[in-house]
Every structure is written in structure tokens, then in C-alpha cells.
Design a protein around this ligand. Structure first.
Ligand code: PLP
Length: 407
């Protein structure tokens, strides 16, 4: 019999605890480096001008209603999303080998993919290999759908770069037919991405092990400001003829965090029966989607769809992406320059070589504690900082504080 007495208290999400402590802090120079959302130079949320424009147009549309979307979502949105991540000239799109479902942002896409794989993987269920470290929610999502979890080394704490040898060696010895979770770009939490040559080697090893690649693409365009560059790895794997899936989020690159716009794409391998595979997979995804959310949320997808499908709005979006990624790249430079100017012990080149929203600073738990208690600077215990939390007004203060803490 179910009894609430048997429900143990779950550990508090460390990020929520951090946010609560930051909110309570009354110090005027406090800095939030924990947030996973873009902030402008005044530490304020930024509505992309192109999103504002699309939103205004949508609100004026006399035909706008609040009907349910189809189970698979808004077709104009999912079709444009395929093109965005796979490339408009993708062989998979040309050969109609892609099934796409609109999801509850990137989290929903990762979950839908996990639930689908878990349902149809052979017994004994192969493990999903994820980078160590990875976005903390990956562990929870795949555990919830009962996939066995293993990890591959990813980050070298000595070089603060990719532990490429460790990664390749782990993937080479993984049981054949495993699932390999890969961050398409702007790896969270480390900010470290493989180079294109390293991706090629990763693809070789994944192919040799008959593994199934699962790409999590949460930062396309946000990382480098270049949509094609940030999707390079996904497109390369598709070119190599892999069967794979992609979880796509529009939270960061459109700033549509709370609107929950995202998509899940399953790309089948090239072959004469690809179309049959596509329709079987679509039929099963529809059952999963129906049983979990019935239909995806409409508003964010309508905004994204309007921008993705309009040449001028799309160009404007690319400019907005450059504004966000450019500010973050500037902050990386400024932070590193200041740390070096203050002769902070250690090397800080990783701050500028890492990419995207986050940076793994190499600060240890004790130093993170000092920064919080003495300097009112908040970051996760693993030393990860959100670059979006830095701005021209606080970068010197943060660098000075880090420098004093490390010395
Ligand atoms: N995947 C990674 C690696 C992320 O960092 C995030 C967000 O932080 C997501 C997926 C999903 O985010 P959302 O569900 O807000 O789209």
C-alpha cells in the first residue's frame, strides 16, 4: 500500500539553494555566477529584439487562438528546426530520414529521447555513457527512464582542457551498442568542446563500437555566434551515415527560457527502407508524447517558427546571437586579462579557450566557499561560473576577489 510516510526527503537541488542564498544577500556588490541564463551588461534578463518583434506581430494576428497543437507539434516549427540543426542541405532531410517532434524545451527533448530508447533497446539494456562531468539533469532524466548510466572522462583538471585520450579510451572499451551522449557545442558545465579533428576521431570510435550517438544541442548559435559552426559535429555525424538523435533547445539562443520551445529529432540511417523506419518511429514517439504531455506548448514555438521561417527576421536573429555570444567572449577576455594583471597564481588561458555560457575555473570547493562568504560571489561548488553573470561593472571586482582568494 502507498503511504506518504515512506517517501524520503530528496536532496535540495544545489542550484536552487545557491539562488536562494544570493537573493537573501543584501551586499550591494554581490555577484550571481550561478545562473544558467543570459544577462546583459547591467545584469538584467535580455529579451532579444527579434523575439520582441515576433511577439508583437503574433499578438496582432487576428487568427491567433489557443487551440491544441498537433501531438508532434507545430509543423512549420519542427521542419525549420530540422533545417537549423542538420543544415538546409542535409542528406537526411533530402532523403526524408528525419522524424521531428516538438518538445518541452531541451529537457523535454532529452527526456523523450531517453524514454523512447529505454522502451526499444534490446535486453540487457545497454548503458548510456555521459561525459564526466555533465549537465546534472542528464543523470536524473536518464535514471528516471531507467537507463543504466556510465561515464567517460571528459575534463582534465590539470590542463583544464578536454581529456581527449581518456574519452577515446573509455569509448573504445564501451560495450558494443552503447548509447553515447554528446554535447553538440558549449559543453555544460566545462565550456570545453572537442576540435573538429577530435570530433572526427570520436565519430570513428563511436562507429567502430556500433554505438548510438545522442546529441544534446542546447546552445546552437549562442556559443560562437555562428549557427553552422555550433552544429558542425551533429552535421558531421549525419554525413557519416549514423543513425542518431538530437535534443534541441531554444531556451538560450532565443532567450525563450520559460516558453519551453524545443525539438527532438531522430535521424535514421541511409537505406532503402528509411521511410518505413521513419513512420514506425514517428508512430511510437506519438504514443509517448500523448501519454506524457498530450501536445506541446504553443507560444514559444510560434515565436521561434516565425523567426526561423522569415528571411529578414532570421538575419536579425543572427545579429542578436552575435550580440550575446560577443558579449560573453568579451567578458572571457576581460576576466582573464584582469586575473593576469592581478598576478593571480596559476594559468588562466582556459578562460578564453573555453566556450559558451559556462567556464570551469578550476577553483576548488573551499575557494568557492570563501568567494561566497567573504566576497558575496556565488557559483556552484565545482567552480563553474556563468560567464553571463560577468559584466563591465563587476568583472574587476570578481577578478580581484578570485585573485585574493587564490593567493
Ligand atoms: N542540455 C544542456 C546541456 C543544458 O545546459 C540545458 C540547459 O541548461 C538543457 C539541455 C535544457 O534546457 P531547457 O530545458 O531549458 O531547454
Amino acid at each position: 500500500m502507498f503511504t506518504a510516510d515512506n517517501v524520503p526527503r530528496a536532496a535540495e537541488d544545489p542550484l536552487f539553494g545557491l539562488m536562494a542564498a544570493y537573493k537573501k544577500d543584501t551586499f550591494d556588490k554581490k555577484v550571481d555566477l550561478g545562473i544558467g541564463a543570459y544577462r546583459d551588461d547591467n545584469a538584467k534578463p535580455w529579451v532579444l529584439p527579434v523575439v520582441k518583434k515576433a511577439d508583437d506581430l503574433l499578438r496582432k494576428d487576428p487568427d491567433l487562438n489557443h487551440e491544441y497543437l498537433p501531438i508532434a507539434g507545430l509543423a512549420d516549427f519542427t521542419t525549420a528546426s530540422q533545417k537549423l540543426v542538420l543544415g538546409a542541405d542535409s542528406p537526411a532531410i533530402r532523403e526524408k530520414r528525419v522524424v521531428s517532434f516538438q518538445t518541452v524545451s531541451g529537457t523535454g527533448a532529452v527526456h523523450l529521447g531517453g524514454a523512447f530508447l529505454s522502451k526499444f533497446l534490446p535486453q540487457p539494456t545497454p548503458a548510456i555513457y555521459m561525459s564526466s562531468p555533465t549537465w546534472a539533469n542528464h543523470n536524473q532524466i536518464f535514471t528516471n527512464v531507467r537507463l543504466p548510466i556510465k561515464s567517460y572522462p571528459y575534463f582534465s583538471s590539470e590542463t583544464k582542457m578536454l581529456d581527449f585520450e581518456g574519452m577515446i579510451s573509455a569509448l573504445s572499451s564501451a560495450t558494443k551498442g552503447s548509447i553515447i551522449l554528446l554535447h553538440a557545442c558549449a559543453h555544460n558545465p566545462t565550456g570545453v568542446d572537442p576540435t573538429q579533428d577530435q570530433w572526427k576521431k570520436i565519430a570513428e570510435v563511436v562507429k567502430a563500437g556500433s554505438h548510438f550517438p545522442f546529441f544534446d544541442c542546447a546552445y546552437q548559435g549562442f556559443a560562437s555566434g555562428d549557427l553552422a559552426k555550433d552544429a558542425w559535429a551533429v552535421r558531421y555525424f549525419v554525413e557519416q551515415g549514423f543513425e542518431l538523435c538530437v535534443a534541441q533547445s531554444y531556451a538560450k539562443n532565443f532567450g525563450l527560457y520559460g516558453e519551453r520551445a524545443g525539438a527532438f529529432h531522430f535521424v535514421t540511417a541511409p537505406g532503402s527502407d528509411a521511410q518505413d523506419t521513419v513512420s514506425r518511429i514517428a508512430s511510437q514517439l506519438a504514443i509517448l508524447q500523448r501519454s506524457e504531455i498530450s501536445n506541446p506548448p504553443a507560444y514559444g514555438a510560434r515565436i521561434a517558427s516565425m523567426i526561423l521561417n522569415d528571411e529578414n527576421l532570421f538575419k536579425e536573429w543572427e545579429r542578436d546571437l552575435k550580440t550575446m555570444s560577443g558579449r560573453i567572449i568579451e567578458m572571457r577576455k576581460a576576466f582573464r586579462d584582469k586575473l593576469e594583471e592581478f598576478q593571480t597564481p596559476g594559468t588562466w588561458n582556459h578562460i578564453t579557450s573555453q566556450i559558451g555560457m559556462f567556464s570551469f575555473t578550476g577553483l576548488n570547493e573551499k575557494q568557492v566557499g570563501i568567494l561566497k562568504d567573504k566576497w558575496h560571489i556565488y557559483m556552484t561548488k565545482n567552480g563553474r561560473i556563468s560567464m553571463a553573470g560577468l559584466n563591465t561593472h563587476n568583472v574587476t571586482y570578481v577578478a580581484e576577489s578570485v585573485s585574493a582568494t587564490v593567493k
